[in-house]
Write a protein that binds this ligand. Sequence first.
Ligand code: PMP
Length: 385
Amino acid sequence: MAKLGRELAAKGVDVISLSLGETDFFTPQHVKQAAKEAIDQNYSYYTPVAGYPELRKAIAAKLKNENGLDYGFDQIVVSTGAKQSLANALMCLINPGDEVIIPTPYWVSYSELVKLAEGESVFIDATIESDFKITPEELEAAITPKSKVFMFSSPNNPTGYVYSYDELAALVKVLEKHPDIFIISDEIYEHINFLDRHVSIAEFESVKDRVIIINGLSKAYAMTGWRLGYSASNKEIAAACDKLQSQITSGTCSITQRAGVAAYEGGLESVREMKEVFLRRRDLVYGLLKDIDGLKVNLPDGAFYFFPDVSSFFGKTTADGQTIANADELALYLLNTSHVAVVSGDAFGDPKSIRISYAAADEKLIEACKRIKAGLSQLNERPVP
Ligand code: PMP
């Protein structure tokens, strides 16, 4: 959708893109400064595969100070992004035929990475009625003797849900009964969380040794293009990820790593400011989306997305006689008619919904919601004769 939106914009159409999974903020000044200094100080050589020791130590300190978690620096493997850390973990853990339990909706790459690792995804379908969260019973029911990994993100992309301590504790109770299942906990949206605090499933000592935390700089420090992620896990998994990564990418960019040290050691001021802006935008967009007839929308507690159920528009007809059959077609309709780019839920395993990102300026958000409302209200109940 981002590509189609850009193509339309290149033809002179005023497209508002709410399709991308990245913040519209700039990288904090002190982080940029550290990168400039790294260039001048000749940080231009290969780095250790798992990252500079000072960066891994800074990440271990972050996990201790911000999350109350004890990890040695040798349990941290830095990569070229949370995506690579997810890939490392899955490739290391999954043998052909192993099952990976994934609640839907999920971030697009999860199921594709499982395929690459020759595993089988087992989906637990969650709906907007439960804020897209799964129950312990649903988790229990998905477990089979082949289950190897349970993988989820909280705060979540694409739905914005955030698991509370009690909700995670209930899932942990189930996982305690199945000691062979590893838990991949994608915490990349950790800081865009409107609840009291971020809870990591690694806080539960009974499962911590089999948790692989995935995180990175992309969202918290507005550094998607810099490419820095990491995993925190037990030492055996960390060593396996290091070994795998050494054959694929080697250590990530030296300049980025030095910038990463500055980010993790530089305090959370920029992160807090960004969160405040996202909270304000969330409330703004929620008010506007709630006002659109036929759109089923819930209030997300984190990330920067809405994931409304749009199934009430399926079967309706556009002004030129096309019937909207699914979320893909609705997203295309909104792009071509309302000139707003959103993403079909299909890619996230939920064909009833669309994802709307609110990582855009207020006036753009207001205008986009106005256009979406107008576009949807123009759909007709019955095919035009
Ligand atoms: N996990 C989730 C849930 C994401 O939304 C994203 C990015 N959209 C990633 C991982 C990948 O992040 P990175 O840029 O660090 O590879």
